[in-house]
Design a protein around this ligand. Structure first.
Ligand code: SF4
Ligand code: SF4
Length: 115
């Protein structure tokens, strides 16, 4: 399994932010509000389709555990939150990061990162 980079590109492609498992976790909501963000990049990216190919990796990112997203990345890992309802649907299958890395599992927030 490749290492899944904790990167701006992957965070932007991650579908955790509107996943019902994440959305219904009061623990995650609390964690995210503590660091003052609901999305790692808010709306500051504008319409930017023309971001170029080089800049992303060097931009400063929030601490991996602060974003409560991209749980498939080994740098992020499973959430510390224990109120995740895994009876609800996981958004991972079909996510661009999931496809690019050939992943075949899901619920990384609960089960831990891709291995
Ligand atoms: S595979 Fe899942 S955890 Fe990983 S980036 Fe996509 S939606 Fe997020
Ligand atoms: S890993 Fe899957 S279940 Fe967990 S928050 Fe992301 S999309 Fe939802």
């Amino acid at each position: 399994m490749p290492k899944i980079e904790y990167s701006k590109e992957n965070l932007q492609d991650c579908r955790c932010s509107n996943c019902p498992v994440r959305e219904t976790s009061t623990c995650i909501a609390s964690r995210v509000s503590q660091v003052g963000q609901s999305q790692p990049f808010g709306t500051s990216m504008g319409g930017g389709a023309a971001m170029g190919g080089m800049g992303g990796a060097s931009m400063r990112l929030p601490a991996p555990q602060a974003v409560q997203m991209e749980f498939c990345s080994q740098d992020v890992g499973k959430s510390e939150c224990t109120d995740l309802n895994t009876q609800l649907a996981c958004n991972c299958p079909g996510c661009p990061v999931w496809i690019r890395n050939g992943l075949n599992s899901s619920y990384f927030c609960s089960r831990g990162p891709a291995a």
